[in-house]
Each structure stands twice: as C-alpha cells, then as structure tokens.
Write a protein that binds this ligand. Sequence first.
Ligand code: KIV
Length: 289
Amino acid sequence: MSTTFQLDTATSRANPTPAPVKRLTIPAIRRRKKNGTTDQPIVMLTAYTARQAQLLDEHCDLLLVGDSLGQVIYGLPSSVPVTLDMMIAHGAAVVRGSWHAAVLVDLPFGTYEASPAQAFQTSARILKETGCAGVKLEGGEAMAETVRFLTQRGIPVMGHVGLTPQAVNQLGGYGARGRDAAEAEKIIADARALDEAGAFSIVVEGVVEPIAIAMTEAVSCPVIGIGGSARCDGQVLVTEDMVGMFERVPRFVKRYADVASVISQAAADYAAEVKDRSFPGIEQTYQPK
Ligand code: KIV
C-alpha cells in the first residue's frame, strides 16, 4: 500500500492518506483468544521511531516500544539504564507514526517495582504523554498486585515472564529459562497470577518450548512468544533483529532481511562517490535558471 502522511497539528499525529482504518483496541486483541484458542495469531513487533512505525503498522496488531531500545538504539549494555523520558519520547514517536496497531510502551526498570502507586504514576504519565494504549511490565507473582491495581484503574497491562531482561543482574545472563522442574512450575505460576490479576496478554520470553505451550494452555489471556513456541497465541521479535541489523542474534530470531548489508553497501558507494567527486551530480545540484 502506498501511503502519504500528513501531520494533524491538533493531535500531532501523522495521519495517513488514504483514510485510516480504525485503530485496534486492547479489548479486541484480548478477545482473539476464546475458550483457550486463538484462530488469528497476534502479530507484534518492536518499534522505536515514527518512520519505523509507519512501515510496520499495517502488518502488526501490536507495536511494542520495548526497553530493548536501550541496547538497540542507545548502545547501552542492558535495559537497566533506560529512563522513563527515553520511553516517553520514543513512545510518542511510534504513536504519531502509526494508525492501525495498538501501541504498548514498556515500563523501564526502577519506575514501577516499588509499589502499585509508583507503577500507576509512571503508567499514567506514559499514557498521557504518548497516547499509547497500554503498558508492559516484567515479573510474575510479585507483580500481580500491581497489575490488578493498574487494570482496575483503567490501564491495560501486558505481563512478561520467563527470561525477564531487566532482571539480568539476578539471572546472571540471557540464557533460556525453565530447564528444571522448579523453574518451569514457577514460570507457569507467574503467568497464572498475572492472568488472574487482569493482564490482557502476557509475553513469554526465552523458555524451553514445552513451558511456552503449557503456559499458553494454562491462562485465559493471549500469550505472545519470543523464544517460546509457534503454538503461543502470537509472536513478537525485536524488529532490528528480524530485519538483520546485527551480526549476532539469539537462537530464537529468524532474519527476514539483511538490512545491515544494504546500509553498509550504500555508505560504501556514497563514500566512493564523494572521494571521486561523482557525487553530487547534475541531478543533485541547483543550477542557475
Ligand atoms: O523490550 C523488548 O523489546 C521486549 C520484547 C523482547 C518482548 O520486551
């Protein structure tokens, strides 16, 4: 679909022309899973910028402004240093660049764990300042009370269990979770607690496949897998991984393109033309009339 974008100065949203479709709602996504099955799997990708959102939007049900932007955009060593201001700036850009997918923003480490009230203040600021539809937070049973508090106060919450990257210092790395029976049971219990607390969906990351399947069957809300199973109710990937921006990717990533090579080749061609003075050419220079 070829689309142009006009900025609506009243809302600062980039409105596409031709007319937009109605934006997906969180209740509509939640309803995809009925009686334990999801006929139409949920498509989710990360997005951090307005242009990226424009390109991904028509293909996705959910766009996640993930705190993985710490590593992907800012070159940080983990998501731990990511700030609320970073999440809000990128969240607002993604909302402006999209019109179809529901947009979620991650609560960054240190802005929600202390209490349900702290989580509410952070989430309310994110919803007000970005226009997004809901938030995602990491943690299971320990976060259930917070999820209940937020959902009862009008904030849709997606949970995130299994490998939870904000807990990298406690987990000791990014390896797959649930390899022993106790950890497997804990991941399912975490998912159940979030489901009962009102999470509209749960991400399960980096777990051995039988756990992802068991978890999907154990909860009533849709489960979105990343390093989970094709039998989850939907899938998410970090877009930069999926399009091949990095040499090293986790096992669970499938590369659908090699964008790094395209950019690198374009830069090499440009550099060569600058050096041999063939750029700018007649087409790129202003001539007197
Ligand atoms: O931050 C992120 O990108 C995420 C996804 C990997 C689910 O949480």
